[in-house]
Design a protein around this ligand. Structure first.
Ligand code: NIG
Ligand code: FE
Length: 412
């Protein structure tokens, strides 16, 4: 059994002797830390941690972390990391005054990515996705959810999900796959919505189940995309095939997506740039985790979710990057954390809880990831020497994440 001892850690962050679980409301403002700490890894797991005066004397390898902090890796519970090419042309169109929704109505946006994806061979797609996965690993991400949704055809959706399956073979990161066939209505079905819903139900979902390609189902519940009624129908179809729901909703409009998702026990509802009081009440009545993606309103120059109000109401909040080529072309969790602090007035402690244990819970990984606990996966990173925890979101342009370990192995 190979052991690694990290000693003289200035602050070991999110380290708990008892299982942490989802952190909600006022509790989000606190983080369990150990000052002047050690961390012991055995193979792929955390075997012990505590104060330096209780540290073991030896290990197969020893790292001196004097002046540096150790965090559990980020848990990025919402990404679209498999995509073909890029969409900086739309970025320029928006600078010139078009909106995200106008670009979508002209056949750009998601449909632009879908055309490119269907023209790209699986190996090329895998190569591009692997580069992005390695990139986010360097940024400290150790668990990630990745969606399909740029195929919008049986072949294209399966191709994306197979790429996600391949990614798992190349990385020790925890990877969850989400089927997002209902991301947009493909042009061939413009006059036949029912036909596309039936295609999802009778061809895509059975094929996905047969190959075991997905963990979750997602729907883009939004004006001009899919209605709450269609969302409900697809959540139920997903459940029949063993997929729980994680739903895109309330990005631009309050339409009932939250109520539908909570009623059917969705694991998470994501975006929530617009959110009313009744929806906050509804979230309080269930276990669905509200997941905020500040990279999207930043990049679309839109307004941000009411995170303060949500936390004050007692809700847990998770943070994710939404890494995708249209609304958030960045997989950098540290930047999402800075945006959460600056634009949503979350404290660094709240943002770190949201990006670790609550993100893990939004992927049902809270028992194995998202904190430093005995028996959890040895996914953690060492910072460069920093004066305090708040320095991480504060110095937002600096590259402060130094060494990243995933499954007990140094990967970056
Ligand atoms: O989460 N809102 C829908 N889906 C993505 C964006 C997809 C795209 O523009 O390619 C999102 O923002
Ligand atoms: Fe998204």
């Amino acid at each position: 059994m190979a052991t690694i001892l990290i000693k003289h850690i200035r602050t070991l962050v999110q380290a708990s002797q008892t299982p942490l679980g989802v952190v909600a409301g006022a509790r989000m403002g606190g983080l369990p830390v150990v000052e002047d700490a050690f961390l012991l890894i055995e193979d792929e797991q955390i075997s012990a941690f505590g104060s330096m005066n209780e540290a073991p004397n030896e290990a197969d390898s020893v790292i001196d972390a004097t002046g540096r902090m150790v965090f559990p890796c980020w848990c990025d519970s919402h990404t679209h990391l498999v995509f073909a090419g890029s969409r900086e042309g739309e970025f320029v169109d928006r600078i010139r005054g078009l909106t995200y929704e106008e670009i979508a109505r002209r056949g750009g946006g998601i449909l632009n990515s879908a055309r490119r994806l269907n023209d790209t061979p699986e190996e090329v797609l895998l190569e591009q996705a692997l580069q992005r996965l390695r990139e986010v690993q360097r940024y400290g991400t150790g668990a990630i959810e990745i969606k399909s949704g740029y195929g919008l055809s049986v072949e294209g959706e399966l191709k994306m999900l197979r790429v996600i399956r391949e990614l798992k073979k190349h990385s020790k990161m925890a990877i969850k796959a989400t089927f997002l066939g209902a991301h947009a209505l493909p042009p061939a079905y413009r006059e036949n919505r029912e036909g596309y819903l039936q295609l999802i139900e009778s061809e895509m979902l059975p094929a996905i189940e047969a190959e075991g390609l997905a963990d979750y189902i997602d729907v883009f519940c939004e004006k001009n995309f899919f209605s709450p009624q269609e969302t409900e129908r697809l959540i139920l179809a997903g459940l029949k095939h063993g997929l729980k729901a994680k739903i895109h909703t309330n990005q631009f409009n309050c339409m009932g997506g939250i109520e539908t998702s909570v009623r059917h026990g969705a694991i998470s509802v994501d975006h929530l740039e617009v959110l009313n009081e009744a929806e906050i009440e509804c979230l309080l009545s269930g276990n669905t985790i509200p997941t905020l993606l500040p990279g999207a309103p930043f990049f679309l120059n839109d307004h941000y979710p009411p995170a303060r109000r949500m936390i004050e109401a007692g809700l847990p909040v998770a943070l994710a990057t939404d890494y995708n080529p249209g609304s958030s072309p960045s997989g950098k969790m540290a930047f999402a954390i800075t945006l959460a602090c600056v634009k949503m007035r979350m404290t660094p402690e709240e943002a770190i809880n949201a990006a670790t244990i609550n993100g893990a819970a939004a992927m049902e990984l809270q028992h194995s990831h998202g904190s430093i606990e005995q028996g959890k996966a040895a996914n953690f990173f060492l910072t460069k020497p920093i004066p305090s925890l708040a320095y991480l979101p504060y110095a937002f342009g600096s590259d402060l994440i130094d060494q990243v370990f995933i499954g007990g192995a140094l990967v970056a």
